[in-house]
Design a protein around this ligand. Structure first.
Ligand SMILES: NC(=O)c1ccc[n+]([C@@H]2O[C@H](COP(=O)([O-])OP(=O)(O)OC[C@H]3O[C@@H](n4cnc5c(N)ncnc54)[C@H](OP(=O)(O)O)[C@@H]3O)[C@@H](O)[C@H]2O)c1
Length: 267
């Protein structure tokens, strides 16, 4: 039997009023040496079945799941909610049966033939910039994507997340990497919670992606501070949950709010 992990949905009403964007939580599996894939980016899931179940549990609390272009087109993924058990859980939580899917691709390089476009159970939004080649964007639209230009040369993630909240009613956004996308969200100071499954293998390689790549901070004083919220060992894996150290402002308690709305109490 699978051991129970801490509940993923915190209960806080104080933080709700300030929320103008979704609550953003990141989930990755990392090797003991901190890598999320080999340097080749040829990915084979290395977490246990328990880690995979955890991924689906986290998706079951999300209005939308987001990932970077290479995470989506180098390995066949559908970014969906998984089996009936998880879809029922979503409905019980007041969410749509199928989560929205968001792919970040600033240059529009995401492969329109990627596996995800074969799965039409929910909208797929490609978040891109004005520098993306128009023929690429046309191919993505033909593949079924909704293209949103979220910046001129760089994506303005703060604005894009507000757009997701206002236009798509996204209150909880799960980011599933990779390292480039995670780094951009950390740089923009938009990550509220980080879930890490620490797995018992060594991958190595200085070019292998990690939880947060990009350019990183210049000085440690600029580092994002986290607070360890929970830690659980199950066999040889560690399931860690971190919160941003100053986590007062951004939590959106989706379920409570939706219940209030349903009861006619929401403002
Ligand atoms: N172990 C795990 O839990 C886990 C989780 C996720 C991914 N992975 C693995 O990690 C690898 C991929 O990670 P990665 O870091 O190389 O790539 P990634 O973050 O998945 O995707 C990078 C691409 O996403 C777009 N992107 C990311 N940040 C952007 C930004 N700020 N603005 C505009 N576009 C942005 C760009 O697309 P354009 O080139 O189109 O501009 C960029 O080339 C894969 O091997 C994947 O399987 C492992």
């Amino acid at each position: 039997m699978l051991a129970r992990l801490p509940k993923t949905v915190p209960q806080s009403t104080r933080e709700a009023s300030a929320a103008l964007r979704p609550f953003v939580y990141v989930n990755v599996a990392i090797s003991a040496d901190g890598k999320i894939a080999p340097a080749t980016r040829r990915f084979v899931p290395f977490g246990s079945p328990r880690d995979h179940a955890r991924l689906l549990e986290l998706r079951a609390d999300a209005d939308a799941v987001m990932a970077g272009a290479r995470t989506v087109d180098l390995f066949p993924v559908n970014m969906g909610p998984g089996g009936l058990r998880y879809r029922r859980r979503r409905i019980k939580n007041g969410l749509n049966e199928y989560n929205l899917r968001v792919i970040v691709s600033g240059s529009g390089s995401i492969d329109a033939g990627a596996e995800i476009f074969n799965h039409r159970f929910s909208p797929i939004i490609v978040l891109t910039t004005a520098r993306a080649a128009k023929p690429n964007l046309r191919r993505l639209v033909a593949a079924g994507a909704i293209v949103h230009v979220g910046g001129e040369t760089e994506i303005d993630f703060a604005a894009a997340l507000r757009w997701l909240r206002e236009e798509w009613d996204v209150h909880r956004l799960l980011c599933e990497g990779g390292g480039e996308l995670n780094a951009a969200l950390f740089r923009a100071d938009l990550v509220d919670q980080v879930h890490v499954t620490w797995c018992p293998l060594l991958i190595g390689g200085r070019a292998a992606p990690t939880l947060a790549d990009g350019v990183g901070v210049e000085r440690l004083t600029d580092a994002r501070m986290l607070r360890l919220e929970s830690a659980r060992r199950i066999r040889d894996e560690l399931f860690l949950t971190y919160r941003r150290a100053d986590s007062a402002a951004t939590y959106s308690p989706t379920f409570r709010r939706r219940k209030q709305r349903a009861a006619g109490q929401d403002s």
